[in-house]
Design a protein. Structure first.
Length: 352
């Protein structure tokens, strides 16, 4: 199947050229650590409703890595971004030690404009899976260097220090001469340079309950404006609700719920965009479940959930995937997380 898809890319370029005007946009939204129970808790806390109810195509994803039933975000991010299983902790390199191109890189070859937004640092495992190739997710300075050399057009996320306070004494922001760096979302919106980055924090962004700004839905609105500013140019966008996972690690239900609701509002923005721009594929999924959360009680009158966790780590539970728009029908069923990449690549190249 993979060879067929790669042949389709080559054939399409030879006979039809790079991205046509009707090439579909792709929005991939990843709720880190978000299993069915995290969604359920957020739904109840939101008055028994979620923007995920807008989706008619729903599937389930197997999340194991190549060396563990319980994956981490690096291996699962690589699976979704590049379509290969790899070792926990590894980004963009297969278990056979082969560097693998990501869906973002394939989309750039098709002349797409690209964007990344996360509520973690932009060099964290999930966003890094779309542009970096490293043997350890902890090599943040190496990942930052690879972002500076990548073809990403826009990003919003934390982690500025990995670009400026480096062991090699380089200031990557000064070296990124074709970029402008915004100090706030307004400046991001108003930036006119070809490539724009907005560091939301020097290190990891704080949690929403502690006042993190901007909210994810606001960032997604701004990112979509940037990505659609070039007429007749399709885009690829990855959005991560990163800290749902961190709430699971902390075993704090309020943390999980608040971060999911932030993510859910961003999903609402994306759903509205697809309704206005039907030439778009929207996928919402997770890399894994975190915490083994269970809802064991609550208040039916106020829809207030209560429950507990069985671990401070990840679990091997399958996670849901929701899809709408171009090619959404292929996302139903049960399949490996690597199939997320395969299905996006089919849409990207409009193969049957």
């Amino acid at each position: 199947m993979r060879l067929y898809l790669l042949f389709a890319i080559i054939f399409g370029r030879l006979f039809f050229g790079a991205a046509q005007d009707n090439s579909p946009n792709i929005i991939l939204m990843i709720g880190d650590g978000t299993g069915l129970t995290q969604i359920t808790a957020g739904m109840y806390a939101n008055g028994n409703k979620t923007n995920l109810e807008s989706f008619s195509t729903i599937g389930l994803v197997k999340t194991h890595s190549s060396n563990s039933l319980v994956t981490d975000s690096a291996a699962s991010g690589t699976a979704m971004a590049s379509g290969v299983k790899t070792l926990n902790g590894v980004i963009g390199i297969s278990s056979r030690n082969i560097k693998t191109p990501s869906i973002l890189e394939y989309s750039k070859e098709q002349k797409y404009v690209t964007g990344l937004i996360a509520t973690s640092s932009i060099v964290h495992a999930t966003p890094a899976s779309f542009y970096a190739k490293v043997t350890s997710r902890k090599k943040y300075q190496d990942i930052a260097l690879q972002l500076s050399e990548s073809e990403v057009d826009y990003f919003i996320g934390g982690g500025r220090k990995h670009f400026t306070k480096r062991d090699d004494k380089r200031d990557l922001l000064n070296e990124m001469s074709d970029w402008s760096f915004a100090k706030n979302l307004t400046a991001f919106d108003e930036a006119t340079k070809g490539r724009v980055g907005y560091f939301t924090s020097n290190d990891e962004p704080e949690k929403l309950l502690d006042g993190r700004r901007p909210a994810l839905d606001e960032g997604v609105k701004s990112m979509l404006k940037k990505l659609t500013s070039k007429e007749n140019t399709p885009f690829f966008l990855m959005v991560e609700g990163s800290q749902i996972d961190w709430g699971g690690h902390a075993n704090e239900l309020d943390y999980v719920v608040s971060e999911f609701l932030d993510f859910d509002k961003a999903i609402g923005v994306a759903v509205a965009f697809v309704k206005e721009n039907p030439d778009t594929l929207l996928i919402v999924t997770a890399d894994h479940e975190t915490g083994g959360l269970g809802i064991s009680s609550g208040n039916i009158k106020t829809f207030t959930p209560s429950g507990g966790f069985v671990t401070s780590g990840h679990t091997a539970a399958m996670v849901p995937v929701f899809a709408m728009g171009v090619g959404a029908e292929q996302f139903s069923g049960i399949y490996e997380n690597t199939a997320i990449f395969d299905k996006m690549l089919k849409v990207l190249n409009k193969t049957p």
